[in-house]
Design a protein around this ligand. Structure first.
Ligand code: FES
Length: 358
């Protein structure tokens, strides 16, 4: 196996790693905690590291920018010209091709750098209002985006106040809490046209979801064009919200109209704007809050949506997913305010991976 030496500063963690691995994977292998709000999707820009160039006698390493794979488009978008000139890379995009010495700037550090041998809970100080929490897994699982089925056990919590089931997420047992998630097959859904009939409660306007406001209706129409087939319209809206909003953690809980105005936000803003736009064109939509397994290593607090297409199908406008992958673990439905319940649970929860399949 072709391996290369990688050293992270300032922690000094080092190790020989397989050629071709990206630096985010390598950082995890070596116990270096780098922020990854988007879970390595190359959309958040939080995982910046700087390549040190030269021969570093003290570390016995010759490090060069060419020892990483070439810059990709996403890095050109998310890094400034100055940063690129200084040797900054996105850890999730840069792959190891040779020996490298890297500096992890303060802003990219996820917290205390430790090697995790057990499942532990850790608070990440990304944003005090959203209070991102994670539940680490003891051993990595394959990327949940490629899975069709996932079964987990949720430990140290009760089912009280939680909404753990829907059409594709089933609770197999309440004690212990065993949850299985299956990826919906879009081709098996009925062909519905807009506006969708029924589920009227999920077409209503609220203080945060102003789906009857002119600006929201106009935007929704602009995004879906003359599309009348519900699944196609949902796909356009998911991609539309994903492309419209800059990925940026925010410290408040704005309404859909505010989000449309600001054009940026984290998962809460994506979920609330998507819900308003979808309801505006007659797609019953609700908000889910819970956890998402971003990268096979940990579950993070997250908000996403579900649309009524003859069954409730989860969609994730933050990650441009229709349907949302099986790494999404819904804990509560309603509005974003339900996150309070979720955060209380996440403070205690342990998750054990039981089964998965491609
Ligand atoms: S983890 Fe989000 S851009 Fe790298």
């Amino acid at each position: 196996m072709d391996t290369h030496l990688v050293i992270f500063q300032p922690s000094g963690r080092r190790g020989r790693v397989e050629k071709g691995k990206n630096l985010l994977e390598v950082s995890r292998e070596l116990g270096v905690d780098i922020e990854s709000v988007c879970g390595g999707q190359k959309t958040c820009g939080k995982c910046k590291v700087r390549v040190q160039e030269g021969f570093f006698e003290r570390h016995g390493i010759s490090s060069h920018p060419d020892h990483l794979s070439p810059l990709v488009d996403e890095e050109e978008k998310l890094l400034s010209d100055d940063e690129i000139a200084q040797g900054y890379r996105l850890a999730c995009a840069a792959e190891v091709l040779g020996d490298v010495l890297l500096f992890v700037p303060e802003e990219s550090r996820g917290g205390k750098q430790v090697v995790r041998k057990d499942v532990t809970l850790r608070k990440i100080n990304l944003n005090p209002a959203v209070r991102t929490y994670s539940v680490k897994l003891d051993k990595p699982t394959p990327n949940p985006r490629t899975l069709k089925y996932l079964k987990v056990e949720m430990q140290d919590i009760t089912t009280e106040d939680l909404d753990l089931t829907d059409d594709y997420q089933k609770m197999l047992s309440a004690q212990p809490i065993i949850i299985e998630s299956t990826l919906p097959q879009l081709t098996e859904l009925p062909v519905l046209t807009l506006p969708i009939q029924g589920q009227d409660e999920f077409l209503e306007s609220s203080a945060y979801i102003q789906c009857t406001d002119r600006k929201i209706i106009d935007k929704a129409r602009e995004v879906i064009g003359d599309e009348k087939i519900a699944t196609n319209a949902v796909a356009r809206l998911v991609a539309g919200v994903y492309n419209l909003l800059e990925k940026n953690p925010t410290a408040s809980l704005p309404s859909a109209l505010d989000v449309l105005e600001m054009k940026k936000g984290d998962c809460n803003e994506h979920a609330i704007l998507f819900t308003a736009l979808a309801r505006a064109v007659g797609i019953p939509t609700k908000i889910y809050v819970g956890l998402v397994n971003l990268d096979g290593y940990a579950y993070y607090y997250h908000a996403w949506c579900a649309v009524w297409l003859g069954s409730w199908v989860a969609v994730d406008p933050t990650f441009n997913q229709f349907p949302a992958d099986v790494g999404h673990l819904k804990l509560k439905e309603g509005e974003i305010a339900e996150q309070a319940v979720v955060l209380k649970v996440v403070g205690k929860l342990q998750i054990k991976m039981l089964e998965y399949s491609q």
